[in-house]
Design a binder for this molecule. Structure first.
Ligand SMILES: [Zn+2]
Length: 172
């Protein structure tokens, strides 16, 4: 089922999510809804709190993005084991419709998480999939991409976003 995507500044986006205790049927239903919602919005990643569910679950599928390496994965209770390098990329976010901002992130991350069967998985991510993962991990920690900006860059991004919202509201 396609769910409604929560947009900033909803509280659920700025509050850290909770650890999943048991990967059960309910979680797998949530995962299915998250994939459907992400595909219908043409996104490449989605965190559960972006559909209003405050749990540490994310889905990623970079396949539709032609110039990126393919990664399709479900990550539950994910954490970064190690990170290296730095890379800057202009990111979008389904919870900030129309806004893109340039964010600096680690180039390579080693990730530990549970999969949809509740099994531990270790993943080494690099480049675009690593960027998407770090963006979604931030969501699960109640951090949005504008929080990665400082000072006037953050203020300008917020101002631009408010303007986009006002313009969207004016549409019939
Ligand atoms: Zn996002």
């Amino acid at each position: 089922m396609v769910r409604e995507i929560v947009t900033y500044p909803a509280e659920v986006l700025t509050t850290p999510t909770q650890t999943v205790d048991v990967v059960d049927r309910e979680i797998r239903d949530l995962i299915n809804d998250m994939f459907e919602t992400m595909y219908s919005a043409e996104g490449v990643g989605l965190a559960a709190n972006q559909i209003g569910v405050p749990l540490k679950v994310m889905v990623i599928d970079t396949t539709p993005k032609e110039d990126a390496p393919d990664l399709k994965v479900v990550l539950i209770n994910p954490e970064i084991v190690s990170a290296e390098g730095k890379v800057k990329y202009r990111e979008g976010c389904l919870s900030f419709p129309g806004l893109t901002v340039e964010v600096e992130r680690a180039e390579k991350v080693l990730v530990r998480a549970l999969n949809e069967h509740g099994e531990q998985v270790d993943l080494e991510l690099e480049g675009f999939p690593a960027i998407v993962f770090q963006h979604e991990l931030d969501h699960l920690n109640g951090i949005t991409f504008i929080d990665r900006l400082k000072g006037w860059r953050r203020r300008m991004a917020l101002e631009k976003y408010r303007k986009l919202i006002r313009e969207a509201k004016r549409q019939p």
